[in-house]
Structures are given as C-alpha cells and as structure tokens.
Design a protein around this ligand. Structure first.
Ligand code: S3P
Length: 172
C-alpha cells in the first residue's frame, strides 16, 4: 500500500487547512513542504523568488518533496501548488503516496487568498488579476486532473477531510 496521503491543488484550495485536520484525524504527522522550505532557507517564499529566482525555489522544492516522501512513518503531506509540475517529483510521489487534488471555484479561491492577512504577499505567483490567475490554473489543469478531485468551494475542512478519507479507504 502507498504510505502517505498527499494533497495538491491550486493556491488557496485548502491544502494546509485540510491537511492538518486530516493528520489529526489519523493521528499522523502533518508536513507542509512550503514550511519546510521556509525553515530550511531561513526566509519567506517571496524573498526566495526575489533573491534567487523561481528556478532555485523549484530545485529546493523538488529536494524537499523527495526527502519528506522517504519518511518511514506515514504522513499527510501538503504540497505547494506547483510542486507536481516537476515530472520526477510526480513519479516519486505517485509511488509513495495517494495523491488527492483539492479544487475550488476561482472567485472563491481569490477571495480566500486576498482575505487571509498577508497571504497574497506570501504567494509570489498569486495574481490579483483574474484572467492571469485563470491562465495559470488552465496551464496546470492537465497535471491536477491526474488525481481524484475534491471540491472545497463550499465545504468545511472537516467535510473535505472526511471525503478524502472515504475515497482513500476505497483505494486501500
Ligand atoms: C506556488 C504555490 C505556493 C508556493 C509558491 C509557489 C505555486 O504554495 O509553493 O508560492 O507555484 O502554485 P501554496 O499552493 O500552498 O500557496
């Protein structure tokens, strides 16, 4: 059986919030790869992008994803929204966990990111302009659609976690 439960999806889709709830329900560790990167580099993500560029961020992200997937104990792992664009990361994580994709209506997603204080500033790829954000989401759709989709638009994190557990149980 694949060990971990891994959450992907666009910025603001609820990966971190749902992941925490899910990990608590299972009694597993929760790991947020963005948090690991920030801790490792000692600077917030926008600063990594500004100082070293997105390419460097993606290298560190791939390394962190590989490391956390190798953990012995099962964990709920929330990925940054772009982590699975890397084919090697995809291959590795698909082998080591069941991946679920959280999806959310774009307007609600923009509200969530803008509502959270400082959240938009913490996401260098977040565009306040709807059309640009939509284009980024469209470009990623083929990757996100590889995985079971869980809609979070109108559901609480508890209900989303419940639905992931239900689907996960059918895969075991
Ligand atoms: C990114 C999403 C962010 C973070 C970085 C890049 C992306 O994580 O990894 O800003 O490419 O979609 P969240 O999806 O948790 O916002």
């Amino acid at each position: 059986m694949k060990k971990h439960i891994i959450l992907t999806g666009f910025m603001g889709s609820g990966k971190t919030t749902t992941g925490r709830v899910l990990a608590a329900r299972l009694g597993w560790d929760f790991i947020d790869t963005d948090e690991v990167i920030v801790h490792r580099l000692g600077m917030p993500i926008p600063q990594v992008f500004a100082q070293y560029g997105e390419g460097y961020f993606r290298q560190v992200e791939a390394q962190v994803c590989a490391e956390v997937s190798e953990r012995r104990a099962p964990a709920v792992i929330a990925l940054g929204g772009g982590a699975l664009l890397n084919p090697e990361t995809r291959q590795l994580l698909e082998a080591r966990g069941e991946i679920f994709c959280l999806v959310c209506d774009l307007d609600e997603l923009m509200r969530r990111v803008q509502r959270g204080e400082g959240e938009a500033q913490n996401r260098p790829l977040f565009q306040a302009e709807r059309a640009r954000l939509e284009a980024l989401l469209e470009a990623r759709r083929p990757i996100y659609e590889r995985y079971p989709q869980i809609d979070t638009t109108t559901s609480s994190p508890e209900r989303v976690a419940e639905e992931i557990l239900r689907q996960w149980n059918t895969l075991r």
